[in-house]
Structure formats: C-alpha cells, structure tokens
Design a protein around this ligand. Structure first.
Ligand code: RFL
Ligand code: PHB
Length: 388
C-alpha cells in the first residue's frame, strides 16, 4: 500500500495530526499498536491550553468540548495553611479548559470514519524502514498478516516507548533526561471536586493535586516513592492522605470508590533533533514533562500545529522550508514548557535528599508568590500556555 504520510500512534498527537492532514486533503494512515478501547482506558491529561482547544475548533470537533468542558479562570497553589490563587484570567486575559484527554481522544476517534481518516488498530511489530531514503515505509503485522505501507513521510507520534525515536541513529541523537525519585498515584472517582478550581499542594508529607473531569467526577494525585505499589494504597488510606496534604481544602473532600487508580513515574526528557531524513517526531515520542505543569498533551498539540503546517506547505506548494525548520521551531517551545514543568515540580514536591533548608526555600518562594503580582503573572502566563 502507498500513501502520502504514515502516522505511528493513535494518541492525541497522531489523531490530531491525521485529522489536520485529512482536512487539507492529504492522504494518510494512522497505525496503532493497541485497540481503540485500550487507548481510551488510559486516564491522563485533564487541562487544555488554547493551542489544543483552537485545533479542535479549527477541525470543527469542539462541539462536545464546548458543552461539557469547564473553562477555568484560575488555579491554586497551597501549603499546609493557605491557598494562593493564581488569577489566570485577570493576569493574562485567557483561561484553560478542563476536558479529559480521554474525551478529546474519543471525539477525534469518533470523527475519523466520516472524515476519511484510516486508523489501523492492534498492529503488531510496527517497524520503520528507510527513514533516510525518499521512499520510507512502515511494516506491521495484523491478524497474523504482514503489511507494508510506503509514503513520502513518517510521523512518529508513538509516545515515549514507541519505535520511532529509536529509528534516529545514535550518531545524531541528543537526548536530555532527568528522572525524579517519585511517581504520581492518581485516583478517579465519581464524587464532586473539593474545590471549583485545581489545587496544587505542597505539604510537609509530600505533594497533592486536586483536579476534576466534571462537576461530579474528581481526579486526585499524591506523590509516592518509586518502590510503592497500588496495593499499598487502598482507597481509605489514599483519601486520608489527600485530606492531610490538601491543607485548607482537605476537609472538603468527598470520598468514593476508585474508578481507576494508577502510578505514573515522573520524568523530564527532550530528544533533539525531532526529525531525521523523512521521519518527524511529535508529542511524547520526542519529549516528556512531569505532569505538574499540565503541559504534555498541550506540547503534543503545539508540535502537531507546527508539523501539520509544514506538511501542508509541502504538499500544497512543494515548499520544503517549513519541514526543514520543524525541529528547531518545536524544540524551542518544548524547552520553555520543560522549564516551567521542572520549576513547578521542584517547588511543590519534597525530594528525599532535601533537608529543612530546602523546605524553607520552597515555603519562602510560595510566600513571595503570594505577595508578588510579577511572580503570579509569570506563573499564569506559562500555565495558560505560551503563544505558538
Ligand atoms: P501517547 O498518548 O502516549 O500516544 C502514543 C500512542 O502511540 C501508541 N504506540 C504505538 N503505536 C504503534 N506501534 C507501536 N510500537 C507503538 N508504541 C506506542 C500508543 O499505544 C499510544 O496510543 O502520546 P501523545 O499522542 O504524544 O500524547 C501525549 C500525552 O498523552 C501526554 O503528554 C499527556 O497525557 C501528559 N499529561 C498531561 N498533559 C497535559 O497537557 N495536561 C495534563 O493535565 C496532563 N496530565 C499527563 C497528565 C500524563 C500523565 N501520565 C499518566 C504520564 C497526568 C498524568 C498522570
Ligand atoms: C489531571 O486532571 O489529570 C491533571 C490536571 C493538572 C495537572 C496534571 C493532571 O497538572
């Protein structure tokens, strides 16, 4: 089989890119390792920046997001005693949208057949060939049958563990990585959120986040050492810990049975360059941010905004300049998000090597943020999303 662009991975990056290319009349296929239901079962991001909501609007796929999403004009940082509200709307004129990654993914998957976007699910042994050549291709096995798709370009949107990044030779690869000594234990429950807006809390006992998916569905996280398992955290123990760590709002938590519980390790990672020959990387395939800044999905969306423009320029006018400049443009934005996510992670988490002095530094920084509009503005403009 032949097409113009093969996209590996049907996460938000791959699906958004596929829809944007189809909307411009470019033939493409998305190849995904697992089933659609499995992709939708992964509970991940909850906060969307304008760059992400704008792409959904541009595609005409924002109807449900506008109805069910919750625009948030602010969020809170907390220590044990107080909430510090960051007034996103007042300080930047913008807002973020609380709408789950699962929902955005579902909207993109549901619209695929009517928009002529082919998605091959449950493709095994996905392998890239000839990324340096003019005729790259991807092979895979489905239902025991071998397939090969050749194309002008391959877009690797296959997340941190996918094969695309590995297809870039070690001689040109520049990976940068920081692994954190904890993970986030998340719980999803059908209970009303403890607060109208998100709370990122830094407590003596560790980090906690109060988030939500709707007015009746809450998402909470705490940080846990990497050697801990889900079984160490029965629901009651987790609710007790959240009630303590969430400080002033801990008492307002409504408890309920977990619909989902999982532990995600935290990592900062940037892979440069984000292109090699005819292969382009986008989203988690090229970079990971710790979730503290709510940036991962939004970075995937900004990569795809740049990459789709470059591909559309190529197919419309044979213009190669956009493609040649993709990595440099995308990486510049990636590092800004990496910095913000790293900063908030360092500010809000207890690190095992830290002592009383480092803790006082964190509290003193929170104190400064509480009384400085300049600090709040810097945090708000990063949280709401830097311009493309
Ligand atoms: P994904 O979503 O990982 O999708 C990659 C897809 O590629 C498939 N794949 C393969 N396909 C074919 N062949 C192979 N060999 C393949 N190997 C893998 C996978 O099955 C998958 O379907 O990457 P993508 O599209 O780049 O999207 C990135 C986002 O998913 C990620 O950055 C966010 O979820 C990060 N994130 C958050 N981002 C935000 O913007 N706001 C948030 O509030 C937010 N919260 C979070 C998060 C991530 C979290 N975890 C679990 C890491 C909260 C958490 C807890
Ligand atoms: C979430 O709701 O899952 C969420 C919200 C904000 C974050 C990370 C995760 O920073």
């Amino acid at each position: 089989m032949r097409t113009e662009v093969v996209i590996i991975g049907a996460g938000p990056a791959g699906l958004l890119l596929g829809h944007l290319l189809r909307a411009a009349g470019i033939a493409c296929v998305v190849i995904e390792r697992v089933s659609g239901d499995y992709v939708l079962s992964r509970i991940r991001a909850g906060v969307l920046e304008r760059v992400t909501t704008d792409l959904m609007t541009q595609l005409g796929l924002d109807e449900r997001m506008k109805l069910e999403g919750l625009p948030h004009d602010g969020f809170n940082l907390a220590d044990s005693d107080r909430l510090i509200r960051i007034d996103i709307a007042g300080l930047t004129g913008g807002h973020v949208m609380v709408y789950g990654q699962t929902e955005i993914t579902r909207d993109l998957m549901d619209a695929a057949p009517e928009r002529g976007l082919d998605i091959v699910y449950e493709a095994e042994d996905v392998t890239l060939h000839g990324v340096d050549s003019h005729e790259p291709s991807v092979s895979y096995v489905r239902d025991g049958q071998a397939h090969q798709v050749s194309a002008k370009f391959i877009c690797g949107c296959d997340g941190f563990h996918g094969p695309s990044r590995q297809a870039i030779p070690a001689s040109v690869a520049r990976p940068h990585e920081l692994v954190y000594p904890f993970g986030w234990l998340g719980i999803l429950a059908d209970v009303p959120p403890c607060n109208d807006e998100l709370i990122y809390a830094s407590h003596e006992r560790g980090f906690a986040l109060a988030s939500m998916r709707s007015r009746t569905r809450s998402r909470y996280y705490i940080d846990v050492p990497l050697d801990q398992k889900i079984e160490d955290w029965p629901d009651d123990r987790l609710w007790d810990e959240l009630a303590v760590r969430l400080g002033p709002k801990g008492a307002d938590i409504t408890r309920g049975p977990a619909l989902e519980k999982s532990i995600a390790p935290l990592r900062s990672f940037v892979f440069e360059p984000m292109q090699h020959g005819r292969l382009f990387l986008a989203g988690d395939a090229a970079h990971i941010v710790p979730p503290t800044g709510a940036k991962g999905l939004n970075l995937a969306a900004s990569d795809v905004a740049y990459l789709s423009q470059a591909l559309i320029g190529y197919f419309a006018h044979g213009d190669e300049a956009g493609l040649a400049g993709y990595s440099e443009k995308a990486v510049a934005r990636v590092w800004k998000s990496e910095r913000f996510s790293w900063y908030l992670t360092k500010l809000m988490h207890r690190f095992p090597q830290d002592g009383a002095f480092e803790r006082r530094m964190q509290l003193s920084e929170l104190d400064y943020i509480a009384c400085s509009t300049a600090m709040q503005t810097a945090i708000a403009e990063n949280y709401v999303g830097l311009p493309l």
